[in-house]
Design a protein around this ligand. Structure first.
Ligand SMILES: [Zn+2]
Length: 379
C-alpha cells in the first residue's frame, strides 16, 4: 500500500491523477486514499486542479502536486566567485546574483556576504515558498552530514560551517554538494543518463552520474580526479595539496597561470582573451592532453554516454578538442563517448543543486516524516 510519500511521488511523476486513477494505481481503499490526500493537502503538497469533465461529479478533479510558487535557493561557491540563484523546482533560474570572493579568506568571510545576498534574492520573490537550499562548494563533501572534507581545498573552513550557517539563516532543508558533482547532475538530460562532467577552472573537479544516480563512493570522493598522480611533462610539479604530479598541478587553471605568469597573464580571463598566444596554445594543449589521459580510465570504467567539459577553461575549443582526441585514442571503440563542451555553462550547478534539493525534500521517506510531524515543507 502506498504511503503518503509514495502517493505524492506517484502524483508528481504522472503530472496529476484523478481519485479514481489513484485508487486503481495504488489498490488502496477509498477511505485510506481520502485520509492520505487530506494530510497531503493540509501540508500544501497537493491540490485539486482542473475539472476532469462531467462524468464523475464534484470529486472528478485532477489531484496535482502543489508546486505553485515553490522555489529553491542555490548558492554555487567557486574559488573566486559565488553564483546565487532562486530557481523553480526544475532548476531553471528565476533570479540570480553574482559575488566575487576568495575561498581562501575563510568560511565566515565567504558565507556572510554570500548568504546576505541570498537572503535579499529570496526576499525579492512574491508569494514564493522556499523548498530548500542547495550549496555547491569546490571541495569533497560528506553526503550524509553535508560536512566539507579535505581542508586543503578550503583552508580554514570548519567542516560544518556551510550546513550550520545556512540552517540558522533559512531554517529549511540544506543539501551541500561538491560543485562539479552538482554540475554533473544539472547536465543530465534524462533520469537514466550516464555521464562524466569535468570542470576545469582554477581547480579541476569531476562528477559522475550513473543511470541518473550521482556517484559518491565510500568516502564521498568518487570522481575527485584532481589529485590523482598522472604521467605528464617532467619535472613533476608540486601540487598545493603537498604531493607532486597531481592532475591539478599539471592541468588546472592555477597551474596554467603559474606557467603563463612570465608572459604577463594574471587571470583566467586574460588567458581566454588571448587564445592565439603561443604560450597559451601550448599550455592548453598540454593540459588537455594530460586531462584526456587521466579521463580515459574513468571513461572505460563508467562507460558514459557523454563527457561534458565545463568551467572557464574546460569549454574552450582547444581543451575540448584535445581531451576528445586523447580519450578517443585511449579507449576501445565501443566505449567511446561524446566529448563536448557544456552548453549550460554556469547554469549547470544551480540546476543540479535544485534537483538534489527537490529529490531530498520530496523523497517519499522525507514526506512521510513530515506527515508524521505535521510540518509543511516551504511553509
Ligand atoms: Zn594535489
Amino acid at each position: 500500500m502506498a504511503s503518503h510519500g509514495s502517493l505524492l511521488a506517484l502524483v508528481r511523476e504522472r503530472g496529476g491523477l484523478s481519485r479514481r486513477q489513484l485508487l486503481d494505481e495504488t489498490g488502496m481503499s477509498r477511505g485510506t486514499l481520502v485520509g492520505r490526500l487530506d494530510a497531503l493537502t493540509r501540508l500544501g503538497l497537493v491540490y485539486e486542479a482542473e475539472s476532469l469533465g462531467a462524468t464523475g461529479g464534484r470529486r472528478a478533479r485532477r489531484i496535482r502536486f502543489d508546486d505553485r510558487g515553490r522555489v529553491v535557493l542555490t548558492v554555487g561557491i567557486g574559488h573566486t566567485h559565488a553564483r546565487v540563484s532562486v530557481t523553480d523546482l526544475l532548476g531553471s533560474e528565476l533570479r540570480r546574483a553574482d559575488l566575487p570572493l576568495h575561498v581562501d579568506a575563510g568560511a565566515d568571510a565567504v558565507l556572510g556576504p554570500a548568504l546576505d545576498l541570498a537572503e535579499k534574492l529570496v526576499a525579492a520573490g512574491q508569494a514564493e515558498r522556499l523548498a530548500g537550499v542547495g550549496v555547491g562548494v569546490p571541495a569533497a563533501v560528506d553526503p550524509h552530514t553535508g560536512w566539507v572534507l579535505h581542508p586543503t581545498t578550503l583552508p580554514g573552513w570548519e567542516p560544518d560551517a556551510v550546513v550550520t550557517a545556512v540552517r540558522s539563516r533559512f531554517g529549511r532543508p540544506v543539501v551541500v554538494e561538491n560543485d562539479a558533482r552538482a554540475a554533473a547532475v544539472g547536465e543530465c538530460r534524462s533520469d537514466t543518463e550516464t555521464l562524466v562532467a569535468v570542470k576545469v577552472a582554477t581547480g579541476i573537479g569531476c562528477g559522475i552520474v550513473v543511470g541518473g544516480d550521482v556517484l559518491r563512493g565510500a568516502a564521498g570522493v568518487a570522481g575527485d580526479i584532481g589529485h590523482v598522480r598522472v604521467a605528464g611533462p617532467r619535472p613533476e610539479p608540486v601540487c598545493r595539496c603537498g604531493r607532486t604530479g597531481c592532475l591539478a598541478a599539471h592541468a588546472s587553471g592555477r597551474a596554467l597561470l603559474a606557467r603563463l605568469a612570465p608572459h604577463g597573464f594574471r587571470t583566467l580571463a586574460d588567458v581566454v582573451a588571448d587564445l592565439g598566444h603561443p604560450a597559451v596554445r601550448s599550455g592548453l594543449a598540454e593540459a588537455a592532453d594530460v586531462l584526456g589521459a587521466a579521463l580515459a580510465t574513468t571513461v572505460t570504467t563508467v562507460n558514459p554516454h557523454r563527457v561534458v567539459l565545463g568551467g572557464t577553461l574546460g569549454v574552450l575549443p582547444p581543451v575540448v578538442d584535445g581531451v576528445r582526441a586523447r580519450v578517443l585514442d585511449a579507449v576501445t571503440e565501443r566505449a567511446r563517448p561524446a566529448v563536448e563542451a557544456s552548453t549550460l555553462g554556469g547554469r549547470a550547478t544551480p540546476r543540479g543543486l535544485a534537483r538534489l534539493v527537490v529529490r531530498r525534500v520530496f523523497d517519499p521517506d522525507a514526506v512521510d516524516e513530515l506527515v508524521a510531524l505535521g510540518a509543511a515543507p516551504g511553509g
